[in-house]
Design a protein around this ligand. Structure first.
Ligand code: PLP
Length: 438
């Protein structure tokens, strides 16, 4: 791969384009736990790319599956037609979903999975004669991608503010981040289950008969690693059941072993009605997302259509794309053969010790963890939020470590193939970096 000589045409997403183009940081290769930077040095990947390369980079089985499929059938539509790989990928995925969520709709990204889930929720309510249920309840600080549905139910202010027109009829629960009571929690924080009662408050305000669904990330990632307080998700489930609301878990980052099980739903023992996924589904090798729904939701929508007519007016040209389907099948095979979902449980204590060793380090105001996710929160510089963590990000890259920062929070989510020696290296390098950050 050669270095492009002109950086001006590509408008980079979620990027300070001027800053990047003045000081570009490029990758030109990836294998296993490492990237190769354009400057030639190896960069240890402590973020699984963007929370997505769960099985490590450039896995030969996935590469081969993509290569073979591209040569056999590059594309086939899935509107009123089909091809075997999409059905096989769906069946395999259904096997690892919580019991009952065995109907799969394919999309191309996490954002599309969220918008698809919201539309399925509306279609379901309508099909069961509850068409008055049009509202959604999201949560402050949530990240549900960048579609208009996702930013409407999402709660990251910067992602919403520039785009004046959002979905109508959306309200938000309070977020669960409570450093005053929960700072330096190992695993699930003890305080905050009562915040689920916000849902009762919003139901009392709007009327249950107007609300279609509640959507939350079981563990929030992009907003800086917010682990659900003990009892919180259970209470949300109970309230949804009492009032006939669908519960959607956005598992775009938590699915595929990130928290030690196939899904966070399984880890926490709470089954939602709909799960959104993407990222680790294909180990990020080909874009693909999915929505898993309870069979009764599928049956209700499908059976409400007149015979011979389309049941759900929704889908993407690339829903169930052959290359993505092949990559998903190969990826799910690796997860199973290598027992990668359990890896996050096996390493959780060692990882947690490493994350929490930063308690007391300069500028660190909180450390949190669950599965193979770590969050280290830095005190923001007065009048310059985010700058301190961004400096850490740049220094880490230069010293051969890829971390992710959001605001002043360092978020870590390495490939699940990592060994204890990698954990030592990640946190050793990070300690050196943070010691240099003013
Ligand atoms: N939902 C959650 C919880 C996410 O973390 C993300 C991405 O990080 C998305 C949705 C959006 O996914 P994508 O960037 O593939 O559209």
């Amino acid at each position: 791969m050669s270095e492009p000589n002109d950086l001006s045409a590509f408008w980079m997403p979620f990027t300070d384009n001027r800053g990047f183009k003045d000081h570009p940081r490029m990758f030109v290769g990836a294998e296993g736990m490492h990237y190769t930077a354009a400057a030639g040095h190896k960069v240890l990947d402590a973020t699984g790319g963007l929370w997505c390369v769960n099985a490590g980079h450039a896995r030969p089985e996935i590469v081969e599956a993509i290569r073979k499929t591209a040569g056999e059938m590059d594309f086939a539509p899935t509107f009123q037609l089909g091809h075997p790989l999409a059905f096989e990928a769906a069946s395999r995925l259904a096997l690892i979903m919580p019991e009952g969520l065995d109907r799969i709709f394919f999309v191309n990204s996490g954002s599309e999975s969220v918008d698809t889930a919201l539309k399925i929720a509306l279609a379901y309510q309508k099909a069961r004669g509850q068409g008055g249920r049009y509202r959604f309840i999201g949560r402050e600080r949530a990240y549900h991608g960048v579609g208009f549905g996702g930013i409407s139910v999402g709660g990251i202010v910067g992602n919403r503010r520039p785009y004046t027109t959002l979905l109508p009829g959306v309200d938000h629960l309070r977020h669960t981040h409570d450093p005053a009571r929960n700072a330096f929690s190992r695993g699930q924080p003890l305080h905050g289950a009562e915040l689920a009662e916000d849902l009762e408050r919003l139901i009392a305000l709007h009327g249950a008969e107007t609300i279609a669904a509640v959507i939350v990330e079981p563990v929030s990632g992009s907003t800086g690693v917010l682990v659900p307080p003990v009892g919180y998700l259970k209470r949300l489930r109970e309230i949804c059941d009492t009032h006939g609301l669908l519960l959607i878990f956005d598992e775009v980052i938590t699915a595929f072993g990130r928290v030690g099980k196939a899904t966070a739903s399984e880890r926490f023992g709470i089954t939602p009605d709909i799960i959104t996924m993407a990222k680790g589904l294909t180990n990020a090798s080909v874009p693909m997302g999915a929505v898993a729904v309870r069979r009764e939701i599928y049956d209700t929508i499908v059976n409400s259509a007149a015979p011979g007519t389309i049941d759900l007016f929704h889908g993407y040209t690339y829903s169930g794309h052959p290359l993505a389907s092949a990559a998903a099948i190969a990826t799910l095979g690796i997860y199973e053969r290598e027992g990668l979902f359990e890896k996050a449980i096996e390493l959780e204590d060692y990882w947690a010790d490493a994350v929490h060793s930063f308690k007391g380090a300069r500028n660190v105001i909180d450390c949190r963890n669950i599965g193979l996710i770590g969050g280290i929160e830095l005190e923001p510089r007065p009048g310059a939020p985010g700058r301190r963590a961004m400096e850490a990000f740049h220094r880490a890259f230069d010293s051969g470590l890829l971390i992710r920062v959001t605001g002043d929070i360092i978020a870590l989510s390495p490939p699940l193939i990592l060994q204890k020696a990698h954990i030592d290296e990640i946190f050793g390098k990070l300690a050196e970096v943070l010691a240099k950050v003013e």
